[in-house]
Every structure is written in C-alpha cells, then in structure tokens.
Design a protein around this ligand. Structure first.
Ligand SMILES: Nc1nc2c(ncn2[C@@H]2O[C@H](COP(=O)(O)OP(=O)(O)OP(=O)(O)O)[C@@H](O)[C@H]2O)c(=O)[nH]1
Length: 338
C-alpha cells in the first residue's frame, strides 16, 4: 500500500479507458485521496468547472478531444489560478512529453503508471500547491498592507481627515475633472478663530480635542459624496466642493457658521463669541487651462486673510472681493451673511 499523503486531495481522473482509469482511481483511494472520474474530455471539463479539484490526471489519447485540448480548456477556465495537471499516456517519446508541457501540463507519466511513481508525483505537486497557496496568501497580505500604508500616508494623525498631501492630490484631480466637465469648482480654506488663546486657556490636549470636534463637524458638513475636507495644517482646514457655484458656496458657508454656533464648543477667551467660531476664504472657478491648485489656494488664502481682518466668524469670497473692487464700491471686501 502507498504511504498516505499529508492531506488528502480531490483528484480528477480523465481517461476514456475504463481499465486504466479504474486502476488509477483504486490507487488514489488507497492513498486516501478523493477521486472524481470522467470518461471523456467534455465530461472531465464539466467536472473540473463544477468541483475545482486540487489536481488533474489527464489521459492524452481520447476520442473527440484529446488531453492537450482538455489541458488548454482547463487553463482557460481558471484565469489567474493554477491546478496541477499530470498527463497519462502510453506514448513516451520526448516530443510527446514536450507537447504535454506546452499544452499547459505540469508533469507526464507513462502508462501503466507505477503506484510508487504516481504517489511520488502527487507528493511533489502537493508541495508545489502548498507553496503557491502561501504565495497567494502573502501577496494578499502585501496588498492589504499597502492599502493600509496608503491610507495612513494620506490621513492626518490627529483628526483622521485627509492630510495636506492627499488634499493637494485631490485638488489637482478635481481641477482636471472640473475642466473636463466645464462645471464650477469651489475651494474653501477654513481657520479656527483665536485658537492660540484657546490653547493658552485650556491647554494643548483640550486644543487637540477641539480640533477633532471641528474636523468631525466639517466632515458632517460634506453631504455630497464628491465634497471633501482635509486638514490643511495646524487649525486650518480645506474643503473642496466640486460642481458648486458661487451662490452654492455662500449657502454652504452660512451653514458652516450655523453649525459651529449650534455645536457651541465653549471658547473661554474669544472676542467674538462664547463658542468656537471659524473664518473662511472661498474661491470659485470654472476651471480652464490656466487654473492651478496653487492659484486657487492663494485666492482662498487671500479671502481668508480678509475675513479675519474684518472681524472673524465670517467667510469671504475672493471673486466677490474682486467684483466689489471692480465696481468701485467700498474697497474693502464684502462679507457673506453670518
Ligand atoms: N492643540 C493644538 N494646537 C495647534 C495645533 N496646530 C496648531 N495649533 C495652534 O494653533 C494656534 C494658531 O494660532 P494663530 O495662527 O496665532 O491663530 P489664532 O490664534 O487662531 O488667531 P486667528 O487665526 O487670527 O483667529 C497656535 O497656537 C498653534 O500652536 C494642533 O495640532 N493642536
């Protein structure tokens, strides 16, 4: 009797000659494997697709379709997969072996098959299968580790929002998309008011907790799937709002101011409100070839500076400032409603 294998395999035996098939199946049974039998290429292929065996023992000479054809069909039926195929044949010429390997086979046995050789080949294939499984598992682990790494390198450690690197990348993508679609794109830079005083009054740990809360509120404010928010640095956040015109941006800004007021995060040392407030700079463009991420950031920053200079707890639109200047109305930029 053959020595038993480390773990039993499901083996598909495809052979039109019942005597040799039965003999092989008997050997497999003796070694503790589970055998599936097919007496034709077509039926063998069907069983292969249905049961996905661990290994195939495949006769070369069969009527209708031969073993080479069957091997090619098996390979085509498992893209990216690999099931060992061992050819069984009475032919023992070098070119027969070569043809078998070329057709997608992994080994070649001459009939009548010696039980000991059969068992040794199965062991070798089993070892290869194990190594392949380990390789597949390792590459899966590597893929998920890479995905995790990518996520970590794009996330801000304190708030979990996108970090500046990821924001810059997203802004470039959004500009390209807006250019293709011919739709308006809005960028908002948002800064917590009197945050230094908040830290000075309550300490850095409370300051961190406050930034986390503000981040969560801003994240909630991103209702559309295409809207996104990230931490631009320190107590400054950036919101990218695709397909958002100037009027939409203003509505959005008012909602943000209301959100902060409703949240009512106490600020013990603010000149403008008993709670945390934010100021913001908005820029809206219909992107063309001259639109750049750097240009948008400069505009939003300019508007933010003016919002701060005009009292905080407000949002300024860069484009509205420009319109105001052009119309020779008061030189100062016009704030959006609180
Ligand atoms: N707790 C905490 N504080 C931070 C963090 N990043 C930046 N800060 C603080 O944020 C404060 C920002 O101060 P300023 O730039 O003077 O601005 P501000 O006090 O908010 O004043 P305005 O912006 O003019 O309203 C500084 O004291 C920074 O140390 C952080 O991750 N955690």
């Amino acid at each position: 009797m053959l020595p038993s294998s480390p773990s039993p395999l499901t083996i598909l035996v495809i052979d039109d000659q019942s005597a040799s098939r039965v003999a092989v199946v008997a050997e497999l049974d003796r070694a503790g494997h589970r055998a599936l039998e097919a007496d034709s290429a077509a039926w063998g292929l069907e069983l292969f697709k249905r049961y996905r065996p661990d290994l195939v023992l495949l006769d070369v000479e069969m009527p209708a379709h031969d073993g080479y054809w069957t091997a090619r069909q098996i390979r085509a039926a498992e893209p990216g997969g690999w099931t060992p195929i061992i050819f069984l044949s009475q032919r023992d010429q070098d070119q027969d072996v070569w043809r078998g390997i070329e057709a997608g086979g992994d080994d070649y046995l001459v009939k009548p098959v010696s039980p000991m050789i059969l068992h040794a080949k199965l062991r070798a294939m089993q070892r290869l299968l194990g190594m392949r499984q380990r390789l597949v598992q390792l590459s899966d682990e590597l893929r998920s580790a890479n995905a995790q790494l990518h996520e970590l390198s794009n996330a801000d450690a304190l708030t979990g929002l996108m970090n500046r690197r990821a924001l810059d990348e997203r802004l470039h993508q959004c500009i390209a998309q807006a250019r293709r679609d011919g739709l308006p794109l809005t960028l908002v830079l948002c800064d917590v008011d009197y945050f230094k005083r908040y830290n000075d009054s309550l300490g850095h740990v409370e300051g961190d907790a406050c930034l986390k809360r503000v981040a969560a509120l801003l994240r909630e404010a991103c209702r559309r799937p295409s809207d996104c928010v990230g931490r631009y640095g320190g107590e400054e956040f950036a919101l990218i709002l695709p397909n958002t015109p100037r009027s939409g941006a203003m509505t959005y800004a008012r909602a943000l101011i209301r959100t902060m007021a409703l949240a009512g995060i106490p600020h013990p040392d603010s000149d403008i409100a008993p709670h945390i407030t934010v100021s913001g700079g908005i820029t809206t463009c219909v992107a063309d070839a001259s639109t750049t991420a750097e240009g948008l950031l400069l505009r939003a920053d300019d508007a933010l500076y003016n919002a701060k200079a005009h009292g905080r707890n407000r949002f300024f639109s860069y484009e509205m400032q420009m319109d105001t200047l052009e119309q020779r109305q008061p030189a100062s930029a016009r704030p959006l409603d609180k």
